[in-house]
Design a protein around this ligand. Sequence first.
Ligand code: AMP
Ligand code: MG
Length: 314
Amino acid sequence: MKKCAVWCIVLAIMLCGCTRSEEKKSEADIFCMDTVMNVKIWGEDADNAVLDVTRMLQEMEREYAASDDASVLGRLNRAQAVTLTDAEKAVLDQALALSARTGGEFDPQLYALSALWGFSGGEYRVPEQTEIQAALAQRQWDLGAAVKGYAGQTAADALLQNAGVSCAVLNLGGNVQTVGQKKDGEPWRIAIASPRAGGTAGVLSISGTMSVVTSGDYQRYFERDGVRYHHILDPKTGYPADSGLASVTVVCRDGMTADALSTALFVMGMESAVQLWQESDDFEAVFILTTGEIYATQGVSLSECSYEVIAREK
Ligand code: AMP
Ligand code: MG
């Protein structure tokens, strides 16, 4: 289960490589937002920048962990009066806008449902239909599907403002945020995990600052009577999404958009996901089906695998 996510991180770290050997590099592993994160920063201010990013990530965890009663989401979920900062209001507004954009497939208010299945702490179990309906009706905030993308974006924005940082790669538990251009002129190389076999399914080449986020049914799941129940829930049924996809990777300049879309595209399935991509111009995607086939939209640069390209209609 989580082993696969860790694999994905290790692979991404290995493949991201480094820039000029003489340039100063600083690195840290952090456990934050319920996952292992790795931060690598190059430049003369790298040491301070790593500390700043670590602090920033920990602050965002405190702010947005729905499981923490003291967080902004915890207080909203218990109907306490909360005075939101401008940044918090912008995050909640963007989450609602992304929900509207995806026809509700990204739903930032599924906390009660996720807790019912045991995915937000507690014991895994298959709930009764009546419990599912009751949990769906509760509308409790959970930004687990978007906050790592937002955190990566916020950290990237800060690093880009720092003249002492030349480039960075932040691996936030499978969400990879690249920052700036590598000095050797080569693209960043980001591995996509193989959902069933483990290891690498393919390698993305990424230029400059970008968010690369994967949602997959292998990242958190349990099995009962031979059925796999995973953590990405379909808001229409209350059950784990069963769309024929094993993973979706989204590449997008905006981190929160990348994160929310990876979840939403996974739920909606490839046909609707491709339709949304045809209507959009701000993201690219790689789809891995449960059968193992790989499809990538035409703007993606993917290597070390065979795949079919999805072309633009217009
Ligand atoms: P991700 O790994 O980014 O796809 O996010 C999955 C996490 O987001 C889950 O662990 C839940 O906390 C939450 N979640 C599950 N299903 C949805 C959904 N359809 N929309 C929004 N958040 C979801
Ligand atoms: Mg997501």
